[in-house]
Write a protein that binds this ligand. Structure first.
Ligand SMILES: Cc1cc2nc3c(=O)[nH]c(=O)nc-3n(C[C@H](O)[C@H](O)[C@H](O)COP(=O)(O)O)c2cc1C
Length: 202
């Protein structure tokens, strides 16, 4: 089978992407509006992209009416966000927070997600996650326009909160102890399965 994106609609192309590029890590992004209302939503178009400066990205698409999602509105207005990693114990809560609520209604309150204050930014972080990255907005790159058009949000990591109990003997996170969930296609998710090692060539 061969496909030319020019012949696919956006919805079909989206399905091809989410069923092909996997497993995807999930950024559970907390933000705050200029008048102090918190917001929380998951994004699996997400990756760490640079150590110097420490940078990660996630990609909120426009909704099907062409409007920006609440997360992007808040990030553009306040230039701060927190990326919380999602352990298996919080997978249901994470999924619940992907519901579309009116702008200003907090997913923290609506779905009883416990929060903790952040250190350097205003949006709170999620309690009980293995790692939370406090970020300041670096830049937003717009991709396309209108319904489902995308945005790459690049964030500078300014502070990390790490749960001591997920650390391995070398002082870095242990993948099994973190027990993160990743997104596959459709409504499927993965947990850390079998690990194998490959020595890097010199
Ligand atoms: C696991 C998961 C991953 C998601 N990844 C994305 C994504 O990468 N980009 C996106 O625009 N929406 C994604 N969504 C949908 C958003 O979470 C959803 O549109 C949410 O309502 C946005 O919230 P907001 O309007 O409060 O920002 C994802 C949903 C789930 C459950």
């Amino acid at each position: 089978m061969e496909l030319d994106p020019e012949t696919l609609g956006a919805r079909d192309m989206y399905q091809w992407l989410i069923c092909s590029v996997l497993p995807r890590p999930i950024a559970w992004v907390s933000t705050i509006s200029p008048d102090g209302k918190t917001n929380l939503a998951p994004f699996s178009f997400f990756q760490a992209v640079c150590a110097r400066p420490p940078t990660l990205l996630f990609c909120p698409a426009n909704d099907r009416h062409g409007h920006p999602k609440d997360t992007l509105r808040n990030v553009e207005a306040t230039r701060e966000f927190v990326v919380n990693l999602v352990p298996h114990t919080l997978a249901d809560s994470m999924n619940a927070t992907s519901a579309t609520l009116p702008y200003g209604e907090s997913e923290f309150d609506r779905f009883h997600v416990e929060s903790r204050p952040s250190t350097k930014v205003r949006p709170p972080r999620v309690a009980g996650v293995p790692i939370a990255f406090e970020c300041r907005l670096d830049r937003v790159i717009a991709l396309g326009e209108g319904p489902v058009a995308g945005h790459v949000v690049l964030g500078r990591i300014v502070y990390l909160h790490v749960a001591d109990q997920v650390l391995a003997a070398d002082g870095k996170p242990d993948p099994v102890l973190m027990d993160l969930v990743g997104r596959a296609g459709r409504d499927d998710y993965v947990r850390m399965g079998e690990l194998f090692r490959l020595e890097r060539p010199a």
